[in-house]
Unconditional design. Sequence first.
Length: 299
Amino acid sequence: MNVDWIAVDWGTTHLRLWLMAADGSVLDARHSDRGMGALTPSDYEPALLALCEDVLGQGPVPVIVCGMAGARQGWAEAPYTNVPCTPPDAQTALQVPTQDSRLQVHILPGVSQRSPADVMRGEETQIKGVIATQDGFDGIACLPGTHTKWAHLSAGEIVSFQTFMTGELFALLSRQSVLRHSVAADGWDDVAFADAVDAAISRPQAIAARLFGLRAEALLDGLDGATARARLSGLLIGIELAAAKPYWLGQQVAVIGAAASADAYQTALTAQGVPVLRLDPTEMTLAGLCAAHAELERT
């Protein structure tokens, strides 16, 4: 296998790697569960080699890494780039010394914002992919997840962004709060979700009462667990949309996320009359890494 370079997305729980040809095509995709949360700094190089040592040859092979490998608790801290900025490129990447001379590792930095204080690591590479693949895109990138990001993009730059802990709040409330007795682990109700989004946007200040209402309705009226799940999601996404309104109002929004969460955000935004462009998160990550590699080739 004639590997020209290696693209890596190093998350908290998983490591994803693509073996790349010189023409930018993917020769092979590999993954493991050796994410940042399971590693010490000395573990990173062996974890990487375990997935690619068989194709390294004589080297050196450039390795472009995004994500949590550059966090303070990661392989080596890649300092944040402050907004407004273009998404981090190869010139701002941190080159990490390796014991194996066949590896030439470059870790892309994250992006930070001073006021209001905010940070992202990994999402900036997906945003780089949006800019690289959507010619002239000027609007908002919404990246649903545990910590959902909203980023204003203009003239190829990240102008500002904001993070919402909506996914984490949903997990905590549905699994560890009193609502765990009422919210099913799966299932869905489209009407309940849409009604909850509208209710939360119109009266976000009533969220705490509406949340307990899920428990009360389950006890008194036998509220179905799947309906409760959809309503909980709608309430939380609804208050997020209420707070993020300056980002999406009158804008085109590119939603980049896993199918289930991205579907929910697309439904909620479309109901508000927002034009939504759906983009695949893996494709955007890889496109961002490819753009960073192209910059490295030009240096």
